[in-house]
Design a protein around this ligand. Structure first.
Ligand code: ACO
Length: 322
């Protein structure tokens, strides 16, 4: 069986770190509220002029270095983002040119916070079909550009950054002990648009700001995340007890804890970065995978389930062996 195996990881976080306390100067909020309600302590914000494709390219360069490969070795780039530099071309083609890559193909995937799970699923299918042999899958966001800085219910929760995984086609025996992506599960339900959206866009001739009914999103999150993770595991012929690491979308520590509990797993089996990154939307899972590997948590052979939910609502999970 032709599997998509992770052979390199990298991430990039912008230099500017903003601690919770900084928001106390301009908003009726506190470090204490933000920490206890969300688990977030700090986040990074992109510098003026620093774009999603800049950060994505840096994360990709680090993933290439980690794999000991160069841009010439890559067939395709998939960028998961809701905050591309321009309406078009895609951020992915901008990354392609920044890496000095003149062959292959590149495109963006937009599924908000579930974007990286959707992108991984697409990349795995491109590899399985033979269309590509090495795919750089990147999640990159500059959510700081769509914040309403007067809305304490949203602007304290998000951050900027990028993470990248390099996937390579490898022939594996075809069992659930294989390395690589073993199963995926994708879902969306457009009836929930009003729970989380940006009130602007190209066809409405505005940029807009993020609007969220946080407590409503929260209600959907734990149940849908545990369910999609279990569905993907089941599809791979595995169960929660086989999982070494849950690498969840990092939106809120209480959602992360609730999902682990619902799956019957301990927080010792969860990679957590939300305290340092905030919610970086499609970038949060590849950031957590890259940081988790750097910390020595994630090791070759580990069974990982990633899961995410966000605007749409869109949600999903990917099961892979590292
Ligand atoms: N500081 C102080 N008080 C605040 C703040 C703040 N920053 N933000 C909201 N509050 C207040 C509210 O106004 C409300 O006050 P009220 O009771 O007087 O009306 C009170 O705190 C409670 O508000 P809730 O929204 O009910 O608080 P909750 O415990 O649900 O926490 C949070 C809010 C952190 C947003 C939580 O609901 C959450 O994390 N939701 C999920 C977010 C998420 O996962 N989004 C999906 C991914 S994002 C994407 O796809 C782009």
């Amino acid at each position: 069986t032709r599997r998509a195996v992770v052979v390199g990881t990298g991430h990039y976080l912008p230099e500017r770190v903003v601690e919770n306390a900084e928001f106390e100067a301009t908003l009726d909020t506190s470090d204490e509220w933000i920490r206890t309600r969300s688990g977030i302590e700090r986040r990074h914000f992109a510098a003026e002029g620093e774009t999603t494709s800049d950060m994505a390219a840096k994360a990709a360069e680090r993933a290439l270095a980690d794999a000991g490969l160069t841009a010439d070795d890559v067939d395709a780039i998939v960028v998961a983002t809701s905050t591309p530099d321009l309406t078009f071309p895609s951020a992915a083609t901008m990354v392609q040119s920044k890496l000095g890559m003149t062959k292959g193909f590149a495109f963006d995937v937009q599924a908000v916070c579930a974007g990286f799970v959707y992108a991984l699923s697409n990349a795995s299918a491109l590899i399985a079909s033979g269309q590509a042999s090495r795919v750089m899958v990147i999640g990159a966001e500059t959510f700081s550009r769509i914040m309403d800085w007067t809305d304490r219910g949203t602007c304290v929760l998000f951050g900027d950054g990028a993470g990248a995984l390099l996937l390579e086609a490898q022939e594996q025996p075809g069992t659930n002990k294989d390395r690589g992506i073993l199963a995926t599960d994708l879902n969306s339900d457009g009836r929930y648009k009003d729970l989380l959206y940006v009130d602007g866009g190209v066809s409405t001739q505005s940029t807009g700001h993020l609007r969220m009914q946080g407590n409503q999103v929260f209600r959907h999150a734990v149940e849908k995340l545990a369910s999609t993770a279990n569905t993907a595991l089941d599809r791979a012929g595995l169960s929660a007890s086989d999982v070494d690491w849950i690498v969840p979308h990092q939106a809120n520590i209480r959602i992360i804890q609730g999902t682990a509990k619902k799956m019957g797993l301990s927080m010792d089996n969860v990679v957590v970065t939300v305290q340092d990154h905030g919610n970086t939307s499609a970038a949060s899972i590849p950031l957590a995978l890259s940081v988790g590997k750097e910390r020595g948590q994630i090791k070759e052979g580990d069974l990982i389930v990633t899961e995410a939910i966000g605007g749409g609502l869109a949600w999903g999970a990917v099961v892979l062996r590292w």
